[in-house]
Design a protein around this ligand. Structure first.
Ligand code: ARG
Length: 276
């Protein structure tokens, strides 16, 4: 562990992010274990939590693009699932569940309008940055309930980057970004219980000193965080991980995401990084 590092040693870089307001957000279907149609969502609170997140990013100096939410698509607020954007190219998600499939066209339209080239919908099942985390020139890609193994080859070809396959084994952590967080180009935090033994071995080999989160903090969606290399914007429900990050020299900024959590999403899910 890099426990001797100080916050001053960690360097933040400005990011370009895409968000979509929770205008039509609700829980009216269940496609992950956290969703329960019988639990009411406080819509006003969801909006305030989302606005606060956007404000945190802007205060950190990041550029935030906001796209219009489409009616009838309650999960569009989770722009991490819009696709993967790297080198100005956008590979738009090919969603597993019919409930989310119409989002692809909406996201594709936005990417095209914004000038990403090429921009196309993936041929294989793939839920974007939900399952693909970029570390330097490397992509870490989950394979599990939402993303097919075959999509990793499509990612390699589309972006011309190495893609490391990591197998997810716990249904509660249905997207890679619920179980792993990229903190900087050499450091990740993750919850080992969400991964196959082989994946844990790969992670430990690639990232010696990876920060290991507890099950409790992972269930508080603490790993569903957005780091700029220094500041880590994250759920306020992962106190143990918050302390671990501080000890490693990062600067956690916690925020309440209670309403989005009812859909199985938190900070990172509401954020797509547009990598030029
Ligand atoms: N309700 C959404 C779904 O199940 C939540 C998506 C969260 N996004 C993420 N990147 N993990 O698809």
């Amino acid at each position: 562990m890099t426990t001797t590092a100080t916050a001053a040693a960690r360097v933040a870089t400005k990011r370009h992010l895409l968000m979509c307001p929770p205008e039509h957000f609700t829980v009216r279907y269940e496609i992950n274990p956290w969703m329960n149609v019988d639990v009411a969502v406080d819509h006003g609170l969801a909006n305030r939590q989302w606005e606060r997140l956007r404000q945190i990013y802007e205060e950190l100096g990041h550029r935030v693009d906001v796209m219009a939410a489409l009616p009838g698509l309650p999960d569009m607020v989770f722009t991490a699932n819009a696709g993967v954007v790297h080198n100005g190219r956008a590979l738009v998600s090919n969603f597993t569940h019919p409930e989310r499939q119409p989002e692809s066209e909406g996201f594709l339209g936005w990417f095209r309008e914004a000038g990403f080239r090429p921009a196309s919908i993936a041929a294989t099942r793939n839920e974007g940055e939900g399952d693909v985390l970029t570390v330097g020139r490397l992509m870490l890609a989950g394979v599990g309930p939402r993303t097919a193994r075959a999509s990793h080859q499509e990612l390699r070809e589309f972006f011309d980057v190495p893609v490391i396959t990591l197998e997810l084994v716990d249904p509660r952590f249905y997207h890679l970004d619920t179980a792993m967080s990229v903190l900087d180009e050499r450091t990740v935090a993750y919850y080992p219980g969400a991964f196959s033994q082989a994946a844990v071995a790969v992670i430990e080999q690639l990232f010696p000193g990876a920060i290991r989160a507890t099950e409790e903090d992972a269930c508080g969606f603490g790993l569903n965080a957005m780091s700029d290399g220094r500041n880590v914007v994250m759920s306020d429900r992962a106190p143990g991980l918050t302390k671990q990050l501080e000890a490693a020299g990062f600067h956690p900024i916690t925020t309440d995401m209670s309403e989005l959590l009812k859909s199985g999403g938190s900070v990172k899910c509401c954020t797509l990084e547009l990598r030029s």
